[in-house]
Design a protein around this ligand. Structure first.
Ligand SMILES: NC(=O)c1ccc[n+]([C@@H]2O[C@H](COP(=O)([O-])OP(=O)(O)OC[C@H]3O[C@@H](n4cnc5c(N)ncnc54)[C@H](OP(=O)(O)O)[C@@H]3O)[C@@H](O)[C@H]2O)c1
Length: 401
């Protein structure tokens, strides 16, 4: 019971009651009413009103998927407090107000029609005004990252790819950064550029985080800093048959993807908890949602990060520390080349990072990009696990160099 209560508290937190009611209404329409309307109701009985014009029969059926999409977007938008909800939710509700004003007058007429029309218009127009004024509830208008997590950020894998863009984005928010990786010249070049462009402090720590000594060296190098954002991002892939992959490379992957994030999180979380604020991010992968033959250990290590992060998200609730596992699909970095895969076009790393920083504090995990979200959820929830594994094997067979 307590679990259900805590979950419901999470779902309904941070919105006024009227907005929660709208979210529940949209979810009801998206999951119950419109599917019933579309699949069960006979075509001859179908009716749909758009901007006060009533459509019936096949024309009404034809318009239902759009209503469905609008309610689904509304439920999702209210749930996530997505920034695109402003001004679109208000504009849509105002269009409904116009329809509610016109429809009773045209189709019923008389004093009753006029009365219902005026009442419908006023009620929905008021709702549109409420939604217009609710802009601060939607994401773009939250307190800055710097205000939410005052202190330094530590980004592992900061010499390139997604880590580089985390560093750029955090510095652009005025947050001083520690950049850690093995390639010193790349780290120093990025540090110089970011210092000049953003006027923040940047400390470079050269360490191999696949070794216990490397992790200790990094922790010693940041011991004097108030680290309030830890981005566990360093990682690499190793495509190919497990038994034919070099054992040291496999051990390094486990150490880097599992050992280092555990050690860094364990060492840095107590101070965050004491200060009452902090953020812990993991760059996982959609590969962590299912078995991926020919990339099996990588998928398993990313599944580790996902479950570890999602567990900490709940464990640390109420402590002021936000936890997020961002799970990108293919992203345009050096990753594929170093993993031994054919180069593929993917999401720009800047977009992955922007989505992650926007989701931080709102959810425990995020798959950036609707196509990757659809693929990962279809594979993980709709298809039997073994079928998904065979499909993944065929996909990765074609991707091997
Ligand atoms: N790109 C994708 O398609 C994709 C998709 C899903 C998830 N991811 C995840 O995103 C994260 C970042 O990868 P990326 O795409 O940005 O690839 P990337 O461009 O190859 O960057 C990897 C970063 O990790 C660092 N690193 C690798 N081994 C290290 C070690 N032993 N010690 C310290 N740092 C190390 C690298 O720096 P040095 O070489 O200088 O040490 C580099 O800064 C990884 O965790 C990866 O699994 C990537």
């Amino acid at each position: 019971m307590a679990a259900l209560r805590d979950w419901l508290n999470c779902v309904f937190a941070g919105r006024p009651a009227w907005m929660n009611a709208l979210m529940v209404f949209c979810a009801f329409m998206a999951f119950v009413y419109v599917p019933w309307d579309f699949f069960v109701k006979p075509v001859a009985e179908d009716q749909e009103v758009w901007l006060g014009v009533m459509f019936t029969g096949a024309a009404a059926k034809f318009g239902e998927p759009l209503h469905w999409a609008i309610y689904a977007a509304g439920a999702h938008g209210f749930y996530r407090k997505s920034h695109w909800m402003w001004p679109w939710a208000s504009i849509y509700v105002f269009s409904v107000a116009i329809g509610m004003g016109i429809w009773p007058v045209v189709y019923h007429g008389g004093a009753v029609g006029l009365g219902v029309g005026v009442l419908g218009f006023v009620l929905f127009a008021l709702l549109a005004v409420l939604l217009w004024r609710a802009q601060p509830h939607f994401s773009a208008h939250r307190a800055s990252l710097r205000d939410r997590y005052p202190g330094w950020a530590l980004v592992t894998g900061g010499s390139g790819g997604i880590g580089e863009y985390f560093a750029r984005a955090l510095a652009a928010e005025g947050i001083s950064c520690v950049l850690c990786a093995r390639r010193e010249p790349l780290l120093e070049a990025l540090a110089d550029e970011v210092r000049r462009a953003e006027g923040v402090e940047v400390r470079v720590v050269v360490a191999d985080l696949a070794s216990a000594e490397g992790v200790e060296h990094l922790l010693a190098a940041v011991a004097d800093l108030p680290i309030s954002i830890l981005v566990n991002n360093a990682g690499f892939g190793a495509a190919g048959a497990f038994v034919e992959t070099d054992g040291d490379r496999l051990n390094a992957m486990v150490a880097l993807h599992c050992g280092a994030p555990v050690a860094l999180s364990h060492a840095l979380l107590p101070a965050m908890r004491e200060r009452g604020n902090g953020a812990l991010l993991f760059t996982g992968s959609i590969a962590g949602r299912q078995a991926v033959p020919l990339h099996g250990l990588y998928a398993a290590s990313k599944a580790f990060q996902l479950l570890f992060g999602e567990s900490l998200h709940v464990e640390l609730r109420g402590s002021g520390i936000d936890v997020l596992v961002v799970e990108p699909g293919v992203t345009d970095t050096e990753f594929q080349k170093l993993a031994g895969e054919r180069p593929l076009r993917g999401e720009p790393p800047a977009r992955v990072v922007a989505a992650a920083l926007d989701a931080l504090g709102r959810q425990s995990s995020l798959i950036p990009g609707w196509w990757d979200w659809l693929r990962a959820n279809a594979a993980a929830r709709l298809v039997p696990r073994r079928v998904a594994a065979f499909v993944a094997r065929d996909v990765f067979q074609r991707r091997l160099l």
